[in-house]
Structure formats: structure tokens, C-alpha cells
Design a protein around this ligand. Structure first.
Ligand SMILES: Cc1ncc(COP(=O)(O)O)c(C=O)c1O
Length: 348
């Protein structure tokens, strides 16, 4: 049987390792807290699982449109923002086209590009592990259909500055789709960082993607959303698997949006833990880039595999990037001391 060779060569997305039930799973940038109080109950009360969900996601899209001050047609939802990224890529790019993104960044981008048949163009991060937006803009050619900007950048942590982003948008042709992937936006505390919300309606080629997986703690339910020009989103919607978001997911997302005050409190705790963890690692002598998501980047270089094993021996699962570094998600409070003890003993 003949398969597309590039797909046959593509590995399925690999999930982080799991520790023992008493350990800490800090390998997937998940929220250590369960869903906000009352969310599961509110969701369960609405669900008739013998029926298909609302394929047009009217209630959640209406709610998000109100919240962001945009039209209903300017918001779509998907099975996590991963799904929306893939849908947007499929809507815009085909064999012969290029999709440009920074590297290293979210591991799913290369596979999503391959699925479209287009070619990835990777633009190296700066020495401080940040996007080089001038280089990203310079990499755009007449074959470029999409540029992805990930802020804060997974796995390294820095956010893009608003001023650099505006310069970038001015440099990229208006026919080239720009996706601002803001999966971790809720954790951003740097006031100079880009906030996609500020740019809604301003650029005809900008789509922002966000998710309920991270700050809202609904990773297991798979709900993300994209906001941008209606024509772009209609095309992305056309590539979706029908009914990819469940009614349970819609209801949980809506109930979570009703609990913003509790959300803010949880986010503030994770952010304060993140800043303490980063500060303590810097005190140990590590060179840790800015951390604006719910994770920190430990530059272990060639010692990455050994360092990952050292964490695993302490029952902490982290995400290694061989020969580069380790991404550690900010999880339970009790994990912090244990992370610091392992990190202190690593060569650096
Ligand atoms: C940068 C970035 N974008 C998007 C996603 C997708 O998240 P989800 O599909 O759960 O919304 C992730 C998940 O880790 C991510 O790190």
C-alpha cells in the first residue's frame, strides 16, 4: 500500500513521561489544580451524551465574542488550540508553500506543516531564547502563506514585546497570515509583552489562538479558540473534523468563564511560584531565560539526558530537548524544593 512518504516518516506527537502517583508530572505544562470549583458539576448537568454536540458551538462562540468585543463570525473554537493551528495551516498552505516559525518553539508546528504538504522554514531564536522578529519577517517570501509567533514561547519562556510585534506586522505583507499563538497568555506579567487582544480588528491577516487547557485547567477536555477576520476563520472551520469539541467541553469552558476571579487567583499563585523557581535557579548560577508562561527553561545542553534522568530519579517528570535543555512546568508547591535540590546537584 502506498502512503505519503513524508507522513509515513512522521512520528505521532509524543507525550511527556509520567512519574509515580506520588511524584510530580511537570512535563506537559499542565495546570496542577483541578478544574475551578463547580465547573465539572455545571458541565455534567447539561450534557446529553446520546446527542451530538452543537457543531456550530453557538453558545461558547457567542460568549467569547462578547468578552472580546468581536463579532460571532470572528471567533471559532476547536479541539484545543492545537486543532485550530492545524486547521489554519491547512486553510492557508499546500505543497510548494512555506510556513515560517521560530525554532525552537511548540513541537507540534513541524508536524502540522508536514500534514499540509508545505515546507517549514525555521528561524533560530536569539541567544536569550527569544523570537527574532526581524529575522522572522525577513524570512517571508512570496511562497510564505503563514508565519507563527508563539508568545510566550514554548519551551523557552520569553514573550514577544508589543513594540517588536507591531514592527513585525508592519513588515509582513498583508496577504500573509500571521498566527499569534497565545496558549500561555494568562500567565504573562511583563507589561511590555504583546497582548493579541489589543490588535483585534486592526490587521486583516492576524489570527490569535488561545486555550482553556493551561490557565483554566481544562487540558483534558480539549477546548481552544481562535479570534480573527471572519473570512480566515470560515476557511479554517471548513477544515475541521465535525463535532470535534464535545458539549461537556463547551459547558466546562462556559462555566470557567463565569469564574474569572477564582481563575485570576490561581494564575497569580502559579505566576508567583514560577518567579520564585526562576529566581532560585538563577541564584544557583543557572542562566534561565525570561519565563512568562507556566514553565521555566533549564539550559542543560549536552547533559540534558543525564539531567532528565536525575529529575526522574527524584520522581519528577520534565520535558527534555536533547542537547538543548529541559522545560519544567510550574506545578505543585511541594515540587519546588525538590526541583531545586536536583538542579543544584547538576553540572552547570
Ligand atoms: C505554544 C502552544 N500552543 C498551543 C498548544 C496547544 O494546546 P491545546 O491544544 O491544549 O489548546 C500548546 C500546548 O502545549 C502550546 O504549548
Amino acid at each position: 500500500m502506498r502512503l505519503r512518504p513524508e507522513i509515513a516518516a512522521l512520528a505521532a506527537y509524543s507525550q511527556g513521561r509520567s512519574p509515580s502517583p506520588d511524584g510530580f508530572k511537570l512535563s506537559s505544562n499542565e495546570n496542577p489544580y483541578p478544574a475551578l470549583p463547580g465547573v465539572l458539576e455545571a458541565a455534567a448537568a447539561h450534557v446529553e451524551i446520546n446527542r451530538y454536540p452543537d457543531g456550530a458551538a453557538v453558545a461558547l462562540r457567542t460568549r467569547l465574542a462578547d468578552r472580546y468585543g468581536v463579532e460571532f463570525s470572528e471567533v471559532i473554537v476547536g479541539s484545543g488550540s492545537s486543532s485550530l493551528l492545524q486547521q489554519l495551516f491547512l486553510a492557508a498552505a499546500a505543497p510548494g508553500d512555506e510556513i515560517v516559525y521560530a525554532w525552537r518553539s511548540f513541537e507540534a508546528y513541524p508536524g502540522f506543516v508536514t500534514i499540509t504538504g508545505a515546507t517549514s522554514v525555521r528561524v533560530p531564536l536569539t541567544d536569550t531564547q527569544e523570537h527574532d522578529l526581524d529575522a522572522l519577517a525577513a524570512a517571508v517570501t512570496d511562497r510564505t502563506r503563514v508565519v507563527v509567533v508563539c508568545s510566550p514561547n514554548n519551551p523557552t519562556g520569553p514573550a514577544v514585546s508589543a513594540s517588536a510585534f507591531e514592527r513585525f506586522m508592519a513588515a509582513v505583507p498583508a496577504e500573509t497570515l500571521v498566527i499569534l499563538d497565545e496558549a500561555y497568555r494568562e500567565f504573562v506579567t511583563d507589561p511590555s509583552a504583546v497582548d493579541g487582544e489589543q490588535y483585534l480588528g486592526r490587521y486583516p491577516n492576524l489570527v490569535i489562538t488561545r486555550t482553556f487547557s493551561k490557565a483554566y485547567g481544562l487540558a483534558g477536555l480539549r477546548v481552544g479558540y481562535a479570534i480573527g477576520p471572519a473570512r480566515l476563520l470560515a476557511a479554517a472551520r471548513a477544515t475541521a473534523i465535525p463535532f470535534a469539541v464535545t458539549e461537556f467541553g463547551f459547558a466546562a469552558a462556559l462555566a470557567s468563564l463565569d469564574r474569572e476571579a477564582q481563575l485570576d487567583q490561581r494564575v497569580a499563585e502559579i505566576v508567583s511560584r514560577r518567579d520564585r523557581l526562576r529566581g532560585a535557579l538563577i541564584e544557583q548560577g543557572w542562566d534561565i531565560p525570561a519565563a512568562q508562561g507556566n514553565f521555566v527553561w533549564l539550559p542543560t545542553g549536552e547533559a540534558t539526558t543525564a539531567a532528565t534522568d536525575a529529575f526522574f530519579d527524584a520522581d519528577i517528570a520534565v520535558r527534555p530537548f536533547v542537547d538543548e535543555g529541559i522545560r519544567i512546568s510550574v506545578g505543585e508547591e511541594e515540587s519546588i524544593e525538590r526541583i531545586l535540590a536536583v538542579a543544584a546537584a547538576l553540572p552547570h
